[in-house]
Ligand binder design. Structure first.
Ligand code: HAM
Length: 422
């Protein structure tokens, strides 16, 4: 026998019994996001490596260590996308979308070669939004308000919002100088990683998870003290908007994010229920990125949520994973009539998930399959029912007697069932 092949470590199949749970999250998220007037954009999974180097930044973990980068057969240097913002901006510039504000959303797989663990995968999925062309704190508030609505739609209560402002580039440059001085004064306490970052990306030291560094980080200057008037006003207006909307948050001056394109507002939604990988959604403002990628100066803000992490949190017990109904037959006339009846039911009840038994077999056996399919209802068609124009209907989950229904009554019952589910 040949050796069996397996999926790549950190990349997972979504099997049919789990797919309805993904669809549930995707459907809810899409309804919420489109409720704010955002429109979907789909971009390729593969882009030039250069795009991510110029946006995420050369000296970030993603670009330095985690990207799936390769030369294709024509010698072009390509990468599987590690995130969606860069592609979205590239596409907006390329297709001339920037002459008016754009509210865009996207979903799909992203690729980072990290060490796999719970909540951290090498192929994972994001749903993201990007607003291009609006500079004010009102739109920062809009995207954060949207995330709150998303958590409500998914039944999630225990997420906390952390917020910071990274200021503008000159403010960050002044901060960086003082931060480096502080870190250098404590250089003996730094680990190798932080020492390396001292020259390349010192703000990332603030993100270190090494407990030995905690006192040095706690004593570091705070970015918020370096904000100029405009950045400060922007941040205060956002905080006031969040207060007015009743959205709780915690200002975390050490929140810096792992991608270089951010300025001003950054935020993360965090849960304590998932261990180390507790950030379920993250984003912020990136006013310099469009120009950096060759477009006209365009302010922007957005976020992306991690689908796998949210799926790990939501209560999936009430999500139906089976069909609404499973049609079984008893007798030859019934077996012959069943396909046409199934089609009539699908015509009459939009959205109905009706599984028709195929492959013959005895009645008992068919019934067992109906139960195993996870269907809510068994529809029973015998020769007698065909002659009378009725169908037997028996609830398979919970209590309920089998009833003999006319075609119209059956349609009404199935409508009810579909409405319950959706
Ligand atoms: P990010 O923080 O790199 O930001 O990723 C956003 C979210 O994707 C994370 O909070 C997490 O939930 C999920 N995620 C990231 N890496 C993994 C992984 N290896 N396994 C599972 N889930 C993961 C961005 O990607 C930015 N593009 C967000 C953004 C959009 N900023 C502005 N617009």
């Amino acid at each position: 026998m040949s050796e069996r092949l397996q999926a790549i470590r950190g990349m997972h199949d979504v099997l049919p019994e789990r797919a309805p749970i993904w669809q549930h999250l995707e459907d809810r998220a899409r309804a919420v996001i489109e409720g704010y007037g955002y429109r979907e954009m789909r971009t390729p999974l593969v882009e030039p490596v250069e795009l991510f180097k110029r946006s995420i930044g050369e000296v970030t973990d993603i670009v330095e260590k985690e990207m799936y980068a390769f030369d294709d057969r024509g010698g072009d240097r390509l990468a599987l996308r590690p995130e969606g913002t860069a592609s979205c901006v590239r596409a907006a510039i390329e297709h001339g979308l920037l002459d008016q504000p754009q509210r865009i959303w996207y979903r799909g797989p992203m690729f980072r070669r990290e060490r796999p663990q719970r909540g951290r995968y090498r192929q994972f999925h994001q749903i993201g939004v990007e607003v291009l062309g609006l500079a004010g704190p009102d739109v920062d508030l809009e995207v954060i308000t949207m995330t709150r609505r998303l958590w409500q739609a998914l039944g999630l209560a225990d997420l906390r919002l952390e917020l910071n402002s990274l200021g503008d580039s000159d403010e960050r440059a002044r901060y960086r100088t003082d931060l480096v001085a502080h870190l250098q004064a404590h250089e003996s306490a730094l680990d190798d990683d932080s020492r390396r970052r001292l020259d390349t990306n010192p703000l990332r030291v603030l993100d270190s998870k090494n407990p030995a560094l905690a006192p040095v980080i706690a004593a570091a200057p705070s970015l918020l003290d370096y904000l100029g008037d405009n950045s400060r006003a922007h941040f205060e207006a956002l905080c006031a908007g969040l207060d007015a909307a009743g959205i709780g948050y915690q200002v975390n001056p050490r929140l810096v994010r792992g991608l270089d394109y951010y300025n001003r507002t950054v935020f993360e939604w965090i849960t304590d229920a998932l261990g180390a990988q507790g950030t379920v959604c993250a984003g912020g403002r990136y006013d310099g990125l469009v120009a950096q990628l060759g477009g006209r100066d365009t302010p922007a803000v957005g976020f992306a949520l991690g689908v796998e992490r949210l799926l790990d949190l939501i209560d999936t017990s009430s999500i139906d994973t089976g069909p609404d109904a499973y049609l079984v037959t008893l007798g030859e006339a019934a077996a012959a009539a069943a396909p046409a009846i199934a089609e009539r039911l699908r015509d009459a009840v939009p959205g109905l998930k009706l599984l028709m038994h195929c492959g013959g077999g005895g009645f008992k056996n068919q019934f067992k399959k109906a139960d195993k399919s996870g269907a809510q209802l068994a529809l029973i068609l015998g020769d007698e029912e065909v002659a009378q124009g009725t169908v037997g209907c028996k609830p398979l989950r919970g209590a309920g007697e089998q009833r003999s229904l006319s075609f119209d009554d059956l349609v009404a019952t199935l409508h009810e069932r579909v409405n319950q589910r959706t």
